[in-house]
Each structure stands twice: as structure tokens, then as C-alpha cells.
Design a protein around this ligand. Structure first.
Ligand SMILES: [Zn+2]
Ligand SMILES: [Zn+2]
Length: 385
């Protein structure tokens, strides 16, 4: 890896960072990635997608994919960096600019040895990760067709640069959203007996939901239920007839997820109806639990070790990640690479260490080539998950 290579990737990353775009609106980002790939003579594939880029390097039967996500978040950046966001209210606060530059770097290295690659590497620059729409779009467009294994990364602010972590099996969480509406009879604040006091009811329900998560399920089941919003009332002397609140449920097991959902619905309805009110619970499914293929997770960690990373087994992650949707269709592995940011993901001062970019790019080019070699030699059992 030359200094030039690292400097080029950092330059690209800073350009992406200065001009972040929200999910499914990544038009300029898409144009830039296309331009950089074309300048490197990398062939771009034509799929019916609005934003995002699919490209390919190499020839032959074996086919794997490397995926980067390209979207940013509706956050006003507070880093004061010279290359901070110039799109007011939008920020690359999840480091997808880092992921994109890593996979661009891997592409350059793979292109340099295209003639000897034992197969093809398809590059996914995927839009709409944050709103869980991008992987579905790419699959619908046919970009995943023929892929034998897929790999992707997330930077991990809590790990030092040079550290790598992954795990076989469940990794990132199932991340569902819910909204609960409680309706009752409003009343004068001086006469709560004439109504159902929906605010007191909602607070009872919220307490009960916390007890449900911590008391009715095994601690080892790995579940988090958080109420993140609540909205009721307009003034000081009226008890409102309606309360809306909502939040998220994170789980790593499909059965636990279903059980919690059923218990939440049952608990809310019975508590509210016992007090004469009515309630509705609506769920929005987020990304499913991310399940790494055991073989590919092991191969990913072995290549990381050979590339000089300190390798750890990752803990279960409570974030959601739409890469999980690819892994429902084809085997592969998602990995964490240390980015040593004092502030975490989605924070307005998130500032990952760019030193991770060039080594990670090198790593993904090695992983891609190694995976193709294993597939050609039939040395990895092609398991589906
Ligand atoms: Zn994010
Ligand atoms: Zn992210």
C-alpha cells in the first residue's frame, strides 16, 4: 500500500463527507462513485436502480459481492472539521462515507490484478441502508443474482484502529419499531373521575412494558425494549383523550421477537381496557436479525489475521443493519472494523479515524480473492442460511 493510495481514498472519503445525502436521495454521491470507477476503467453494470452503483471486476464463473452503503443521516454536523458537511442538516454520522471509500479502494486493488483473479467481484454501492430500503431494491433489481457469497463491513467506534471483530450466526439485531395509541375519555383536570386519564394509563403501560422485557424473558434471550417518544395533551387543565407513544424492540431470535410482540399487544390491551379505554399497537418491521454464515465468518477472520488485524469474536450487536436481508438469500459475513471515534454512531460529533481506510481496503481485496479461490476449489461448503 503506497501513501498515494491511502491519500487518494482519504480524499474521496472527505469529498463524500462534505456532500452527504439522505437515504434514496444519493444522486450526487452516485454520480461521483460512477465517475471514480469509470476513471479506473472498472465496468459499471446496468440495473434498474434510482441511486447507488453496481460494478464488476474480473471474469469467470465464481462470483462474490462486496457491499458498501452510501447514505447519510438527518443530523446537523458539529465536528468543526475542514471537510464537515456542506449540506445543512445532513451528516455522514454512521461512517458510510468510510465504507464507500474502503470498497472503492478494494476495487482499485482488485482491478490492478484483474487478469489473475479467479472469478468475478461485484461491487455494491448501496443506497438507503438507514431506512432499510436499499438491500431490498438491489435484490429486486437483480444485483444479487448469481452471487455465491457476500461481504460487508461497519466501522466500530468503540474498537481501536487495527482491530477486527465478527462472529458466526446471529450478530446484528432484529430492529422493529412500534407505535401505541391509547384512547379514552378526556376530562377537566379538576375532575379526573369523569374521564379515563390516558396519561396515567400510558405511564402504567410503559412501566409494565419495562417489567415485561426484564421480568418475563430470560436475560440470555437478548432483548431490548425502549420507549423513545411520547406525545399527549396541549395544556395544563385538560386531561387529554389520547396518548401516543412508541419505540423500538431489538432481538436476536425470531421466536423471542414474536413472543414479545404478542405479549406487548396482550399487555397493552388488557391494561387499557380494564380502565375503560381502548388501545392500538402497530408494528413496523425493521431489518431482520443478521445471521453470518459460520464458514464465511471464519474465513473473514482468518484473512483479517493474515492482513495484520487484531481479531476478536464480536459481541452480539443491538443495532439493525439491512445487510441482513442479503444474508437471508445468500451466505456471507458482515464484519466490524475499529474506527476509534470518541463519539458513537449517529452522534453529531462522530469522527472516525481515517487511518482505518487503506488497510481495510487492502483487507477486502484479499478477502475477495481468497473467497473466489475457495469457491473455485470448492473448499467452502456452500451453505445457505
Ligand atoms: Zn446508521
Ligand atoms: Zn451504518
Amino acid at each position: 500500500m503506497s501513501d498515494n493510495f491511502a491519500a487518494q481514498l482519504i480524499k474521496w472519503r472527505r469529498t463524500l463527507h462534505s456532500w452527504p445525502e439522505l437515504s434514496n436521495k444519493e444522486l450526487e454521491t452516485t454520480a461521483r462513485i460512477r465517475e471514480w470507477l469509470q476513471a479506473a476503467d472498472i465496468r459499471i453494470l446496468d440495473y434498474p436502480i434510482h441511486t447507488g452503483v453496481v460494478a464488476e471486476i474480473g471474469q469467470g464463473e465464481q462470483l462474490i459481492a462486496l457491499r458498501a452503503d452510501i447514505d447519510a443521516l438527518p443530523i446537523h454536523e458539529q465536528t468543526q472539521l475542514a471537510y464537515a458537511s456542506k449540506n445543512d442538516g445532513v451528516m455522514h454520522a454512521c461512517g458510510h462515507d468510510i465504507h464507500t471509500s474502503v470498497i472503492l479502494g478494494a476495487a482499485l486493488q482488485l482491478k490492478a490484478r484483474e487478469a489473475t483473479l479467479p472469478g468475478r467481484v461485484r461491487l455494491f454501492f448501496q443506497p438507503g441502508e438507514e431506512n432499510c430500503t436499499g438491500a431490498k431494491q438491489f435484490i429486486k433489481a437483480g444485483a444479487l443474482d448469481g452471487i455465491q457469497a457476500i461481504f460487508g463491513m461497519h466501522n466500530e467506534p468503540g474498537l481501536p484502529v487495527g482491530t477486527f471483530a465478527t462472529r458466526g450466526g446471529a450478530f446484528y439485531a432484529n430492529a422493529d419499531r412500534f407505535i401505541i395509541n391509547i384512547h379514552g375519555k378526556g376530562a377537566h383536570a379538576a375532575h379526573p373521575e369523569q374521564g379515563n386519564d390516558t396519561i396515567v394509563l400510558a405511564s402504567q403501560v410503559i412501566q409494565a412494558l419495562q417489567a415485561l422485557a426484564s421480568r418475563s424473558f430470560n436475560t440470555l434471550d437478548s432483548l431490548v425494549l425502549s420507549i423513545t417518544r411520547i406525545d399527549a395533551g396541549k395544556t395544563w387543565n385538560v386531561l387529554p383523550e389520547k396518548v401516543m407513544f412508541g419505540g423500538t424492540l431489538r432481538t436476536h431470535d425470531v421466536k423471542v421477537r414474536e413472543q414479545v410482540q404478542q405479549r406487548v399487544i396482550h399487555l397493552v390491551k388488557s391494561l387499557v381496557e380494564a380502565s375503560g379505554g381502548t388501545a392500538e399497537v402497530s408494528w413496523t418491521a425493521g431489518p431482520p436479525v443478521l445471521i453470518n454464515d459460520e464458514n464465511w465468518a471464519r474465513v473473514s477472520a482468518e484473512v483479517a489475521k493474515e492482513s495484520g488485524y487484531r481479531v476478536r469474536t464480536a459481541d452480539l450487536h443491538l443495532g439493525g443493519e439491512d445487510f441482513a436481508i442479503y444474508l437471508q438469500k445468500v451466505p456471507g459475513a458482515f464484519v466490524s472494523i475499529g474506527s476509534a471515534s470518541e463519539f458513537g454512531l449517529h452522534h453529531d460529533s462522530f469522527n472516525p479515524d481515517e487511518a482505518l481506510i487503506a488497510p481495510a481496503a487492502h483487507y477486502f481485496s484479499q478477502l475477495a480473492e481468497h473467497a473466489l479461490t475457495l469457491l473455485r476449489e470448492n473448499a467452502v461448503q456452500e451453505s445457505t442460511v
